[in-house]
Design a protein around this ligand. Structure first.
Ligand SMILES: [Zn+2]
Length: 461
């Protein structure tokens, strides 16, 4: 009831107030909640996440070049334990979650001194709708850790926030979500070699590209555990979400078209980031997803880069205030300062909130139809209305389409209209010269796809 009232109120405000520009005033394009997603949110457990992080820390080091044979210490023991836990989730799901080791031999690189077997642990929950099961969503964390100097494969590297936190979020999502059904396929992945050049992620993303897999989105969760920053700020109410605006794989022709009509702020990864914020905050109303309009922090990278390089939309979650005396450090105390990425710095309740945001967005996308393809403006001629057109979706449960729009200078979609089950629509008195438009497909239960932005160059004279 409260929600309906708020929605009506926001609709009224929308019609009489100037359009908002700040983050806090982002308008939600739908108020509908899916009961299945609400259950998933309630089942993600901070206690389970705490237990997983403690266990991962207990392996002493998870350096990618550490021992693979010791039963208790090193990356081999950690990988076997993650696999056994994922196998248990698979059993609990009645075998629907399919767990496999993606093993490969990593050759020597400037940052990786000896040929070594690496293992991505990959748990796949196949989609249940024929038209959607080839559409794949990937959520990942890296289970390797590192201390300084980076070449030391023996020193304690607890890697509690970097990145036992992300690994735990992915594992808890796999446990909870594998008890439910989704139209599209979800892959829960934990990877090694991130610290030596995103090795595990590169291998899997390259193979996916070679196999022609449709990776519709990828999230990496990397450093999502620490709520007290090195700057003294404590913040457990938000997470940063990094996304690139212009695609890494943009071609020269696409660049020329974009330079003509704009869209620097509207690449597929940016659409994905806006979607995560919109659906995530709709379910977790005491938590903010702070969008950062860049690929990653200065001089830093993450496993999403490996997917961006293959042309797949990908984003990165990271805590709001990092503590650099903790990351990649040898565990020690020096001049009264504690160094090392130890468990005590991690806030499991916070990690659970970030896992919930991930799960909400993953579930929303995997329940929804695919984003409409072929979105374009019907004509490039000068005119006072805008005709938006797209290819009809194939899924049998599509109920219709939603067009969203905003002024070109706004950071978020601010207005929306449900246009019914059609393949084109005339936006009266709105010129494509002055607004950005995008289209979502919506199913009978109200599950909406990520927004599709008109391809650069379409509608250009
Ligand atoms: Zn990391």
């Amino acid at each position: 009831m409260k929600r309906i009232a708020a929605f009506v109120l926001s609709a009224i405000l929308l019609s009489v107030l100037p359009l908002p520009s700040s983050d806090a005033q982002q308008i939600q394009v739908s108020s509908k909640l899916n009961p299945q997603i609400e259950k998933i949110v309630s089942e993600i457990s901070a206690k389970n996440i705490e237990d997983i992080i403690r266990k991962l820390v207990s392996f002493g080091t998870r350096h990618t070049l550490s021992t693979q044979d010791d039963p208790k210490r090193g990356i081999g023991a950690a990988a076997r334990w993650i696999k056994s836990e994922m196998d248990r989730y698979s059993q609990e799901s009645g075998g629907r979650l399919q767990v496999a080791n993606d093993e490969f031999i990593q050759p020597v690189t400037p940052r990786f001194p000896r040929e070594t077997k690496l293992i991505n642990i990959v748990a796949t929950l196949p989609g249940t709708q024929a038209e959607s099961k080839d559409r794949i969503y990937v959520v990942s964390g890296h289970y390797d850790s590192i201390c300084s100097p980076f070449s030391d494969t023996e020193c304690d590297a607890p890697g509690a926030s970097d990145d036992a936190s992300g690994t735990a979020a992915v594992m808890e999502m796999a446990r909870v979500m594998s008890k439910y059904q989704f139209d599209a396929t979800i892959v829960f992945m934990t990877v090694p070699g991130e610290e030596q050049g995103l090795l595990g992620a590169h291998h899997w993303a390259e193979e996916a590209k070679k196999k022609g897999l449709n990776i519709a989105a990828m999230f990496t969760n990397d450093i999502i555990g620490n709520t007290l920053g090195g700057n003294g700020v404590r913040d457990n109410r938000r997470v940063r979400l990094f996304s690139e605006g212009v695609p890494t794989t943009e071609t020269e022709a696409e660049a020329r078209a974009r330079q003509s009509v704009g869209g620097e702020n509207d690449g597929p990864s940016r659409q994905l980031a806006r979607y995560i914020k919109e659906v995530g905050e709709r379910y977790l109303n005491n938590f903010e997803v702070t969008l950062v309009y860049r690929r990653d922090r200065y001089g830093r990278g993450g496993d999403h880069n490996a997917f961006l390089q293959q042309g797949f939309p990908a984003v990165r979650f990271t805590e709001p205030n990092e503590d650099f005396t903790r990351q990649h450090q040898r565990v020690r105390e020096e001049n009264g300062i504690k160094y090392g990425d130890v468990f005590e710095m991690v806030d499991p309740a916070y990690v659970a909130q970030v896992a919930r945001i991930n799960a909400i967005a993953m579930a929303s996308m995997a329940l929804a139809p695919a984003p409409p393809s072929g979105v374009r403006f019907k004509t490039g001629r000068q005119e006072y209305d805008t005709t938006v057109a797209w290819q009809p979706n194939k899924e049998p449960d599509v109920a219709g389409y939603r067009i969203v729009w905003r002024e070109t200078y706004q950071p978020f979609w601010l207005r929306s209209i449900e246009v019914g089950n059609v393949a084109e629509y005339v936006m009266k008195s709105l010129s494509k010269d002055d607004y950005f438009f995008a289209v979502q497909a919506v199913d009978k239960d109200g599950n909406a796809s990520v927004t599709s932005f008109p391809r650069s160059g379409q509608g250009r004279r």
